[in-house]
Ligand binder design. Structure first.
Ligand SMILES: Nc1ncnc2c1ncn2[C@@H]1O[C@H](COP(=O)(O)OP(=O)(O)OP(=O)(O)O)[C@@H](O)[C@H]1O
Ligand SMILES: [Mg+2]
Length: 472
């Protein structure tokens, strides 16, 4: 019998090479190639595919464009990031730091989905009910025993939960169970523990993760079951396993936020069925994760009087505007001053300091500069620039910004203030939460005044600084 061909797979990018190399020829990472079995020599028989009949080919125009049926999970914040609920045949990958609450959230979601299915079943009557008996939920646990999952469900107050639990890590058995029980939604906790006996490499290796995810995805597409995969993250915070995993699935969700605080953010990084960068905000309680309906409240610290170095930003993550406090501390530094940022991009901070010096004549060369987005939120949009800049100047001068002040806008290297997308919505959200003064890019100034909000439209950085000085 011919010896199985081995190839070397990069743990970073999933690229392959026929021989071992110190540096991956695809992504250039060092020491990442590991031995695995060549895929063409180890086909795993897809049990779902073997049962499926050949499909008919249809012309695009002939296909009826029905909107995808979404089943809400009953957790509003989770539905928001999913784009409205779970989709038949959809595959969701959810990643996050250890202990952040992945299993908790999914167990809660499965339980409320199961309750929804049961309610629909009993409403449909016995004849319809028998037909729909296959649609339900399945929680496949590879990391914990059934007893541990049960213990968690009791703690979460999910007594009498009808969620089906399978403690299994072998792919072929999981696929067979999915085929036999035909659930509507299945959670695989986690993809790194699942292994296929057709591959010799250990569970969690690149080859195994890729192979198992590919088969589960195929099973989801052919049978219509929605599969939610839990993924581990690497030390660097990226999803462990090859990048291809993110391409394979329909939706990628990430748990973010500080494990020290009780708030958890779930962000959609990729979504074939909804908006990306949408975030759901949860609070971790003894009874599990609870959705936070007014997230702005947690990203603002409650100062009774304005303090120097604090500026409120209206950010738009996904489709929802949120108010986040940006804090800056500028303090005299040593011979090599430090620039540190939490929740904001550090390179962008260095750029803003350079713009501030060049165009507004405000120098922080000999100062340590620290900036922080309150509440553990990560801000990636450039519309935060103006707020960061105003917080820095406020701290440097030791003068607080006016009470009820907000700002947003992107700052360019030439010192111009560029508009942010959907400025009107941001301003309306600020007015709704009782803010009264705003400094915004000229193009974002509304044509009609917004009640309760005085708006100062600026075109340049120095103009923004001047406006703030005149208000103080
Ligand atoms: N009795 C409790 N009261 C409050 N919070 C609790 C309690 N027990 C556990 N938790 C919270 O639940 C978290 C664990 O959640 P969970 O097991 O869902 O995380 P996970 O993301 O699945 O972790 P892993 O990657 O290890 O599987 C803990 O970090 C803690 O914050
Ligand atoms: Mg877990």
């Amino acid at each position: 019998m011919a010896k199985d061909k081995t190839i070397y797979t990069c743990t970073e990018c999933g690229g392959t090479s026929p021989k071992w190399l110190g540096k991956c020829p695809h992504c250039g990472a060092w020491n990442t190639l590991i031995e695995s079995v060549a895929e063409s020599h180890s086909p795993v028989k897809n049990r779902f595919a073997s049962l499926a009949k050949p499909s008919e080919v249809a012309t695009l125009a002939d296909i009826e464009a029905t909107d995808m049926a979404r089943t809400p999970t009953g957790h509003e914040e989770l539905d928001r990031v999913l784009g409205g609920g779970i989709v038949e045949g959809g595959v969701v990958l959810i990643g996050g730091d250890p202990g952040i609450g992945k299993s908790t959230l999914l167990l809660q979601a499965l339980d409320s989905l199961q309750r929804g299915f049961d309610a629909r079943l009993s409403a449909a009557g016995p004849t319809q009910g028998a037909k729909a008996s296959s649609g339900g939920t399945l929680y496949v646990t590879g990391e914990e025993s059934g007893a541990q999952v049960a213990l968690r469900s009791r703690r979460l107050g999910l007594d009498g939960s009808q969620v089906k639990v399978l403690a299994e890590i072998q792919l072929e058995k999981i696929l067979a169970t999915l085929e036999a029980t035909r659930p509507a939604v299945a959670v695989i906790d986690s993809i790194q523990t699942v292994y296929s006996d057709q591959l010799t490499s250990a569970p969690g290796s690149v080859a195994q993760v890729r192979e198992c995810a590919a088969h589960l995805t195929r099973a989801a597409k052919s049978s219509g079951v929605c599969i939610i995969l839990v993924g581990h993250v690497t030390k660097e915070g990226a999803l462990a396993g090859p990048r291809v995993l993110e391409h394979m699935v329909d939706t990628v969700l990430y748990f973010e936020g500080d494990t020290h605080s009780s708030f958890r953010l779930v962000r959609a990084i990729k979504n074939r069925f909804g908006a990306v960068n949408e975030i759901g905000v949860f609070a971790m309680t003894e009874k599990g994760l609870k959705g936070v309906t007014n997230p702005s409240a947690i990203f603002l610290s409650q100062h009774s009087e304005p303090v120097p170095g604090s500026c409120v930003l209206v950010t738009l993550e996904g489709t929802r505007p949120m108010l986040v406090e940006i804090q800056a501390l500028v303090d005299s530094g040593g011979p090599s001053p430090r620039r540190l940022s939490v929740g904001l991009d550090r390179d962008r901070l260095a750029m803003l300091l350079a713009v501030l010096h060049r165009h507004a004549g405000i120098a922080c060369m000999d100062q340590d500069v620290f900036v922080n987005a309150v509440g553990g939120v990560r801000i990636s949009e450039p519309a935060a620039d103006l707020s960061v800049m105003l917080a820095i100047t406020s701290s440097l001068r030791g003068k607080p910004l006016p009470k009820g002040f907000i700002a947003f806008g992107e700052v360019g290297l030439a010192g111009e203030v560029r508009p942010a997308p959907r400025g009107q919505e941001r301003l309306k959200e600020a007015a709704k939460l009782g803010f009264s003064v705003a400094v915004v890019p000229k193009a974002n100034a509304p044509k009609k005044p917004i009640e309760g909000l005085t708006i100062h439209a600026v075109e340049r950085v120095e103009q923004a600084i001047e406006v703030v000085r005149s208000l103080a």
